[in-house]
Design a protein around this ligand. Structure first.
Ligand code: NAD
Length: 516
């Protein structure tokens, strides 16, 4: 190949990825504030990107056969499984046979098929070995150990984790907690696996991750598809057999309170969203009394956010989740809906769908509903420019990470719909994770009231600094001091939030210097 072909600058624009899209706001804020050139290069790409694999032995499954196939077994008698706990029904219709499920039962098997008392014919499929792709991206540690959740989801990628880990770097800086940013997880649909399978996958994941993390190095937490139970397994796998095991409790946050978790952590992200929304209206001399809201996602963030907003006087009109949408113009009781989603044994998908206190509606109609607030609390990229055009709300409070695309942002600005950006709106989780980490270090246990009061102050104070940066109104009050952060011009709220993050990170590099 002639040399000039090698050297020629590419004529095409670099490919747009989730990461480059997420970094658009970084570029905008860095330009607006004149971020130091070397700090910019340090932050533009993650410190480390780890990819590894987790293998495990799956359990035997009963797989439902088609109606056509079932005809061949029309005369097959029903197998009565005596130990009901031995069968675990999965969201995809398959059933896992645990332990000695069929022992002691009246079993009729023909050609590897059996019929259960639900009338369905199942094929017995022996457990296979499976391999899953796993990730941990460590974005930046200028302000402290890497910090960020572990996601179990089918649609994850290095690109996504790069974007999410960078978000954590900004978020920990905005919340002013002494952490950097990280994120990781496994490419898996957890609803297709049994409890014990997920346990062994989680243990194997931590076995591989162990050498990369530590209470002062990188501190994982729950995210989509993971929870306190999985955090407990992570902690055990990380610390089992270690001489100073009790000193390592802070390696994982989001733990159950009985094993070193913090009071108020489970609801912290939703709580933080509600505090920010409350402060948004307080700034306008209003309260949440009588305000209406719609929520996308009714998992940890969406459900707690809804309940707390409702307790502050707002009314929940509609909820959309991965299985559908429910709507009631008179209001949906968030506490009752939480019970329906989490405590109803028949609701295998943990969905809002089928909730008796509401009617169903299409996702397109959901996004057009008139309400004061939209709380997206599902996945990223859900509010596209097309959806932004339809939105009929005054405020978007970003509970999810990156729910609004940059194209949608431009539409929202035109429509004068305000945004509380994710990096402040959902920073409640990581803030209380920090409280959990300090409690672990100090061997203390704080009360829920204490945690809530600290969280409220931390979020409202930093949200006020962001508003001051946005309006270019440097000032010092009893609660906050925005003078070191304003940049001599007004910017939109998302850019202002990023300026606050970058100014705090930049200070570390400029004052502590670079290790060559
Ligand atoms: P979760 O797994 O508890 O709940 C996710 C919810 O989103 C479920 O109700 C699911 O049905 C819904 N959902 C998934 N895909 C959807 C789709 N395509 N359309 C509509 N609904 C869909 O997750 P979570 O912990 O509540 O996290 C939700 C969001 O908040 C994520 O973006 C996460 O990164 C972010 N977040 C979570 C925390 C935390 O502390 N849990 C902290 C900060 C940010």
């Amino acid at each position: 190949m002639p040399e000039e072909t090698f050297m020629r600058a590419p004529t095409q624009q670099p490919r747009k990825t989730l990461y480059t899209e997420a970094m658009e706001i970084f570029d905008r804020a860095a330009d607006a504030m004149g971020l130091d050139r070397r700090v910019r290069l340090e932050l533009e790409e993650p410190d480390y990107e780890h990819i590894f694999y987790v293998t495990t032995k799956l359990k035997d499954r009963l797989v439902p056969v088609s109606a056509e196939e079932a005809k061949k077994f029309a005369d097959l008698t029903v197998t009565k499984v005596r130990d009901a706990n031995g069968m675990e029904r999965l969201a995809d219709g398959k059933i896992i046979l645990n332990g000695k499920a069929l022992l002691g039962s009246d079993v009729s098997v023909r050609a590897g098929h059996l019929r259960l008392d639900d009338g369905q014919v199942y094929q017995l499929v022996p457990g296979d070995i499976a391999r899953f792709k796993a990730y941990r991206v460590q974005h930046n540690q200028a302000r402290g150990p890497y910090k960020g959740g572990i996601r179990y989801h089918r649609e994850v990628s290095l690109d996504l984790f790069k974007a999410l880990s960078a978000e954590m770097t900004w978020k920990t800086a905005i919340a002013d907690v002494p952490f950097g940013g990280g994120k990781g997880g496994i490419q898996i649909d957890p609803r297709q696996y049994g409890k014990e399978e997920l346990q062994t996958i989680s243990l194997r994941f931590m076995y591989k991750l162990k050498s990369l993390i530590g209470p002062n190095i990188d501190i994982p937490a729950p995210d989509v598809g993971t929870n306190g139970e999985i955090m407990a397994l992570f902690l055990r796998q990380y610390s089992d057999g270690e001489r100073e095991r009790h000193n390592q409790r802070g390696v994982i946050t989001g733990k159950d309170v009985r094993i070193g978790g913090s009071e108020g952590r489970t609801k912290a992200t939703g709580q933080g969203c509600a505090y920010c929304i409350e402060d948004y209206f307080a700034d306008r001399g209003e309260t949440l009394k009588g305000k209406t809201f719609i929520v996308q996602g009714f998992g940890n963030v969406g459900s707690w956010g809804s309940l707390i907003l409702q307790n502050m006087g707002a009314r929940l009109l509609a909820v959309n989740d991965s299985d559908g949408t429910i709507y009631n113009p008179d209001g949906i009781d968030a506490a009752d809906l939480m019970k329906y989603v989490n405590e109803n044994p028949k609701n295998l998908k943990r969905s809002v769908l089928g909730y008796p206190g509401a009617q169903t509606m299409s996702k397109a109609d959901f996004w057009q509903l008139k309400a004061d607030i939209a709380l997206p609390a599902a996945l990223g990229g859900e509010i596209t420019a097309e959806i932004a055009e339809k939105l009929n709300v005054k405020l978007i409070a970003e509970g999810a990470n990156g729910p609004t695309t940059p194209d949608a942002d431009r539409v929202l600005e035109k429509k004068k719909i305000d945004i509380i950006p994710d990096i402040i709106c959902n920073a409640g989780g990581v803030t209380v994770s920090y409280y959990e980490w300090i409690q672990n270090k100090r061997m203390e246990a704080w009360t829920e009231k204490d945690v809530d009061a600290r969280l409220e102050l931390a979020l409202k104070k930093n949200y006020r600094i962001i508003r001051d940066i946005s309006r270019n109104t440097p000032r010092k009050t009893d609660m906050h001091d925005s003078r070191p952060y304003t940049i001599g011009k007004t910017v939109d709220t998302r850019c202002a939030a990023m300026v606050l993050a970058l100014k705090r990170i930049e200070a570390h590099y400029m004052l502590e210097g670079f290790s060559q």
